[in-house]
Design a binder for this molecule. Sequence first.
Ligand code: APR
Length: 263
Amino acid sequence: MEQALEQASRIIAAAKYTVALVGAGISVESGIPPFRGPGGLWTKLGEPAMDGYQKFIADPTAWWTERLSGQDELSEFLKTLDAAKPNAAHYALAEMEQMGLLHHVITQNIDNLHQEAGGREITEIHGNRLKLRCVACGARFLLREFKLEEIPPRCHECHGVLKTDTVLFGEPIPRDALWSCDLHTRCCDCMLLIGTSATVYPAAEFPIIAARNGARLVEVNPRETPLSEICQAVLRGPAAEVLPKLVKRLREGTGPASREEKP
Ligand code: APR
């Protein structure tokens, strides 16, 4: 691990523009189960049908009625999200951002924990659980602004139907989020892959695009992924253990001070 930490911190310190691609694994130590692998939500429930969005569009009242009943199959999962707090890994990324060593986070998580840990430069490719989004004009609103007495809730801008901002299976990724992901992926010369199985697209393609553009990849994951073999450094361990060690090393050893090393 020491050697991998040294390698990873050298890569990050030498980089001009570092982006982190983050998945469910980072929030496991906040009590939120991952989707796949041991203890995964889909491992337990089975991979969901790919027509969640089409079902919503077909009957938004029925969708909201079921969601608000607290009886749908995701209600246990949603409770873990309600109770979750950021862990040492979220705080480590926020600290790297403040140190000027991390320039953007692309998260697949809907849990809002990056923001609660103080992160600022964030694109939520799968949306945010605390927001609603209009299916007509794309406007987003804070969930807490709605009493949800009238369902489906309606857009304050165009009176369109509001759905949760989180992206349902079968739903296209909102264009503004996709553009932001594409921009930061093409700008980066270093990408951190943290707690993602790198199996769900389009997010799983970002590291490949970045590597093709010459970016160096650093993986933080207790288990192998399909992208491990194309990474220049691999940190095999839980994010909440590994990322604070990485930040400590960057602070002590190979922080911004080594700018002269930058190409
Ligand atoms: N620290 C770091 N990584 C971890 C930890 C941990 N403590 N625990 C598990 N992991 C790793 C697993 O080894 C796995 O590679 O996190 C990864 C979690 O993979 P998935 O459950 O597939 O999560 P993710 O890659 O984020 O899934 C992508 O799929 O179901 C959709 O919309 C959902 O955003 C999600 C997307």
